[in-house]
Design a protein around this ligand. Structure first.
Ligand code: HEC
Length: 419
């Protein structure tokens, strides 16, 4: 019953998280579009008022006239609209989900027993939780220091972007070594998402508050506050698409169970940023199809790297289990064919190693329903989902954390089995 309530809480929190993210990212995309679509004002009086650009739009049966001031309007309206709750809600609900799903079950979801780094492979649950929190915090601290040191007055923003790109590859690599694959994707996305929210919290909003305060006091606001807000907001723009792709990848085990998952992650990050760049430029009146073409090319590389059964695929999570290359697999195939009942043998393995979780009524205490909707109790269920079963076993993703201690021989039998 407890697992059921936890699952329900998970569903509701996820709902909130997705809605808040949609609203936040939607608004962020809208404002970048608005900024880049601004054209010099036509009316002389607007120019005199200090309007630097304007955009006319029609939407929902009405006409809108946006104007941006070069510095600030002569008089601030009392009801100035601020945007920050969407960002905070997205981060808070996302962090809540992480706690509920990953940190409540670190042995399953965070620890990477197959890590080539011994210390990481041997983390206990609470240690893994602490490492994950340090990872999130560390990502923000390093990113923030880079911004402050490389381009404090926005004079080397190009170099900074390059630095941030390198940083993300390092984050992807470290997370894939330290954490279980699925958590690695999530945490890499979460490092970016945390930087995005922290940019809003620590820089963009406080800078805007200082600007408003100065204006109310009749002083000229420090232009650096505005520029810095813009710098961080530009970073946020390029983070949005990669973050969403990394979060969605959590539903696709072929991405995160791969040995080179950090390369796949990096390709996703750059592809997302390149595709975003196309839209940013498009709103500024330039059409550069080379950007999305390059993004698609990177995704195709990821498709190629991630393809099953290629050499280099299959990253066993526990121990060394090279099911495809050694003679064991061949031997196992002979055995199953000879016994005349390969399905029975595989079904037996499912009963021993999988069905405690993958059953209509799992006996494993953490589940009240078959995880991922996959039940593996009957031969029919097994046959229907044979491809999926072979893939997750070959990649080492299942049994989760090898909690049910599947042997190398069993893995080889499943690899050699042709349903
Ligand atoms: C300790 C519990 C546990 C055991 C044991 C276990 N699984 Fe899973 N399995 C899970 C969970 C949790 C998920 C959902 C994870 C996710 O959403 O990525 C899952 C997901 C899956 C999926 C769907 C993957 C996807 O991409 O959506 C398949 C297929 C699967 N398991 C097969 C197996 C097989 C085959 C075995 C036995 C060799 C096994 N599992 C053993 C917990 C378990």
């Amino acid at each position: 019953m407890e697992a059921y309530f936890l699952d329900f809480a998970n569903l509701l929190l996820r709902w909130l998280h997705v809605i808040a993210a949609v609203a936040w990212i939607g608004e962020s995309i809208y404002f970048v579009m608005l900024d880049n679509s601004l054209r010099p004002p036509k009316a002389a009086e607007d120019q005199q008022k200090g309007v630097f650009g304007e955009m006319w739009a029609v939407h929902g049966g009405g006409f809108y006239h946006n104007q941006k001031y070069a510095s600030a309007p002569a008089k601030l309206p009392a009801d100035l609209h601020w945007s920050f709750w969407k960002a905070y809600t997205t981060w808070l609900s996302g962090f809540g989900l992480f706690v509920l799903l990953y940190m409540a079950n670190p042995g399953f979801y965070l620890v990477n027993p197959g890590s080539s780094w011994e210390w990481a492979a041997n983390l206990t649950g609470w240690q893994a939780n602490l490492v994950a929190l340090a990872f999130l915090l560390g990502g923000w601290v390093v990113y923030n220091e880079m911004c402050k040191r490389i381009s404090p007055n926005m004079e080397r923003d190009g170099l900074l972007s390059l630095g941030v790109a390198v940083l993300m590859v390092v984050v992807a690599y470290l997370s894939s070594q330290i954490f279980a694959g699925r958590a690695a994707f999530l945490l890499t996305g979460a490092v970016m998402a945390t930087a995005m929210s922290a940019n809003v919290f620590f820089w963009i909003i406080p800078g805007q508050r200082r600007m408003v305060k100065a204006m109310k006091a009749g002083e000229t606001p420090n232009p650096l506050d505005g520029k810095r807000g813009k710098q961080r907001s530009v970073h946020n723009t390029y983070f949005t698409l990669p973050v969403v792709l990394l979060m969605l990848s959590n539903h696709y085990s072929f991405t995160y169970t791969h040995e080179l998952s950090w390369v796949i992650m990096s390709l996703f990050i750059f592809a997302g940023a390149l595709i975003r760049q196309f839209f940013v430029l498009m709103h500024a009146g330039q059409t550069r199809p080379a950007y999305p073409a390059a993004g698609v090319a990177l995704i195709l590389v990821a498709v190629w790297i991630g393809a099953p059964s290629g050499a280099g695929n299959a990253a066993p999570m526990a121990g060394e289990t090279s099911v495809e290359t050694d003679g064991q697999a061949v031997a196992a195939e002979d055995a199953t064919v000879a016994s005349g009942g390969p399905v029975d043998e595989i079904h037996g393995i499912m009963e021993r190693r999988c069905a405690s979780c993958h059953a209509q009524q799992p006996t494993h205490e953490a589940f009240t329903a078959p995880p991922a909707g996959v039940a593996l109790e009957t031969r029919e269920q097994l046959l229907r989902q044979a491809d999926q079963v072979k893939q997750v076993v070959a990649s080492g993703y299942m049994p989760l954390g090898n909690l049910t201690q599947m042997t190398d021989e069993e893995r080889a039998s499943i690899a050699a089995w042709t349903p």
